[in-house]
Design a protein around this ligand. Structure first.
Ligand SMILES: Cc1cc2nc3c(=O)[nH]c(=O)nc-3n(C[C@H](O)[C@H](O)[C@H](O)COP(=O)(O)OP(=O)(O)OC[C@H]3O[C@@H](n4cnc5c(N)ncnc54)[C@H](O)[C@@H]3O)c2cc1C
Length: 550
């Protein structure tokens, strides 16, 4: 007989409920404020519909499925015929359908390939930020498709031919020539075995043939291999050149792209990244021979912006998961969120989350305005790589700290944190690794000369009166002067990004700007999150702002 004091081993107490069925927009005050401050306030209702949909239990479940069932390469069919296709889990296709249906792959372009009116970039960035909180792998082809249009502007005729398929909001995963499809996606192949940064060392060759070129060689990384066409770099007679290589030749036969393997990756597992060989693969030239890097760099700027937005989104989801758990979990008769040291960690994380969001939305605004405003174009040119560097670099440590806030549950695969943590490093590595983007900022600053100095002065003015701005701006200027800047580039670019984040916060979240600047620019703290000392009232305000108590 069991006595009344028996403890039911199946009873579960003191576990937090899942964080799902939330409106990712309306529950995020920082995002709403940044959207308004950057000119997209009229999108609020639509963004809330979007945020509610992406925050449903079903979407979180689909994200898990898409990542637990990674894509498979099907090199041959049952009869031994070459196929070179990749099979994805239906959940991956569901995400592609959702994101393309929402226009995230093309909403910043008009049907003729020119830039859509403001606030297209900000409206897209807000949506991308919410998607990144749920599933990132499928955003690789979405990002590349939207970014490729910038490179295609070097070949107006080609661009006008394929643009109707790109702006289509229909996701068509069929393996058919792009011209027969309802919509198309684009990928990119630059990296070869002997070099990813130094693409001028590419050995892949292209020979003019008929209406196009025949390309022979390889790419060591080429993600989203089921895209309908790829921008690739290859050596033509006139030097390194950009090409558009379709999966099918113009005569309808399967083109010579032979996938060797799919990468077995740390994270980003719902997305496929291939090793590919080109055997006389047909391609159209994009831009002039010898100007391949110049042509494709137009695309890279946009993919870098998406890396920054993606990492900011990963940080947001990591933080709200940690805060949600801390509000429900009791340790020593007190909710974790009321334990002073846990509050210090969460509030410290919240500062970087706010800074990262404000900066990405401000650079999206600069993209929106850059077509007609040269100073905004320069702001985007300099601050996109700086934002990519700072935000993508801090995201892995940020996700790890949020994981630790959840304790053991954070470290197991059932937890969203495990996936966020494994996803985070890739944004720093691809599209210009840390050192490469820092050197890029340095080069751009040197090349732009006076207008670049004017931008630094603008940032200083916008962030005026915030603690630590002047000293940091002087430090950045010192790092950049005297021609010996290369070794100091990381310190300078991080300083630049933090000043820009403070300036952006001053516009969208003035209360947070002061706290961010004090903690990140004025005072010195330990390397780990949680060593910033903040008044308790401010912590309470910041955490309530991060995620309102239900
Ligand atoms: C999951 C995944 C998917 C990818 N998908 C694609 C894709 O679709 N298409 C594509 O083309 N590529 C893709 N890549 C490749 C990626 O862009 C490259 O890995 C990246 O550009 C770095 O090139 P690398 O690996 O050859 O490293 P390297 O070029 O050897 O660089 C190694 C390190 O050296 C640093 N470095 C380079 N130059 C300097 C310098 N002058 N001073 C100081 N440090 C320096 C870099 O920052 C880097 O940290 C993908 C990579 C990953 C991980």
């Amino acid at each position: 007989m069991l006595g009344s004091s028996h403890v039911d081993p199946g009873e579960v107490i003191n576990q937090s409920p899942p964080y799902e069925n939330v409106d990712l927009y309306s529950s995020d005050q920082a995002l709403q404020a940044a959207v308004i401050a950057n000119g997209a306030g009229d999108q609020s209702a639509a963004l809330s519909v979007f945020g509610r949909h992406w925050g449903t239990t079903d979407m979180f479940a689909a994200a898990r499925l898409a990542n637990e069932n990674p894509p498979k390469l099907e090199t041959y069919d049952a009869r031994g015929l070459r196929r070179d296709v990749v099979a994805f889990h239906p959940a991956y296709h569901q995400f592609m359908h959702e994101s393309i249906g929402a226009g995230l792959h093309a909403m910043t372009w008009r049907a003729d390939g020119t830039r859509a009116d403001a606030p297209a970039e900000v409206a897209r960035a807000a949506r991308y930020y919410m998607v990144a909180q749920v599933e990132n792998g499928h955003m690789c082809p979405v990002t590349m498709t939207r970014a490729a249009v910038a490179a295609l502007s070097a070949s107006a005729e080609l661009r006008s031919r394929i643009m109707p398929k790109i702006v289509s909001r229909e996701y068509d995963p069929g393996f058919r020539p792009w011209s027969d499809k309802a919509g198309m996606t684009l990928g990119m192949g630059m990296t070869e075995k002997q070099g990813g940064t130094d693409v001028r060392a590419n050995t892949t060759r292209a020979e003019a043939s008929g209406d196009g070129y025949l390309v022979t060689g390889h790419k060591w990384f080429m993600s989203a291999p089921m895209c309908d066409a790829f921008l690739v770099l290859a050596q033509a007679a006139g030097g390194l050149t950009c090409f558009l290589m379709p999966r099918f030749r113009p005569d309808g036969s399967v083109n010579g792209l032979h996938f060797q393997r799919l990468k077995d990756k740390v994270g980003n597992r719902s997305n496929a990244s291939s090793e590919v060989e080109f055997a006389d693969a047909f391609a159209w030239r994009v831009g002039e021979e010898g100007r391949g890097v110049r042509t494709i760099i137009e695309m890279v700027q946009l993919t870098r912006l998406d890396c920054a937005i993606s990492s900011a989104g990963l940080m947001r989801m990591a933080l709200v998961q940690a805060l949600h758990n801390a509000r429900h979990r009791t340790v020593f008769q007190r909710h974790l969120v009321d334990q002073p040291l846990m509050r210090a960690v969460l509030a410290d994380l919240a500062l970087d989350c706010e800074g990262a969001l404000a900066l990405t939305m401000r650079v999206a605004r600069a993209m929106d305005l850059g077509g007609t405003d040269r100073s905004e174009a320069l702001r985007a040119r300099l601050l996109i790589p700086a934002a990519k560097y700072w935000i993508c670099k801090i995201a892995p440590a940020f996700c790890y700290e949020a994981m630790e806030c959840i304790g053991g549950n954070g470290y197991v695969e059932d937890s969203v944190l495990a996936r966020l943590y494994r996803e985070a490093p890739v944004n720093a590595i691809w599209e210009g690794s840390g050192n490469v983007v820092c050197l890029d900022v340095l080069r751009a600053l040197a090349r732009e000369g006076e207008p670049a100095q004017a931008l630094l002065a603008d940032l200083r003015r916008e962030a005026a009166d915030l603690p630590g701005i002047d000293a940091t701006a002087d430090f950045v200027a010192r790092c950049l002067s005297g021609g010996a800047a290369e070794a100091g580039a990381r310190a300078a670019v991080e300083g630049l990004a933090r000043i820009a984040a403070a300036a952006a916060l001053k516009q969208s979240a003035p209360g947070v700007a002061e706290m961010f600047s004090r903690a990140r620019l004025f005072e010195r703290h330990g390397a780990a999150y949680g060593s910033v000392v903040m008044e308790s009232d401010l912590q309470t305000w910041l955490l309530e702002r991060t995620l309102p108590v239900q």
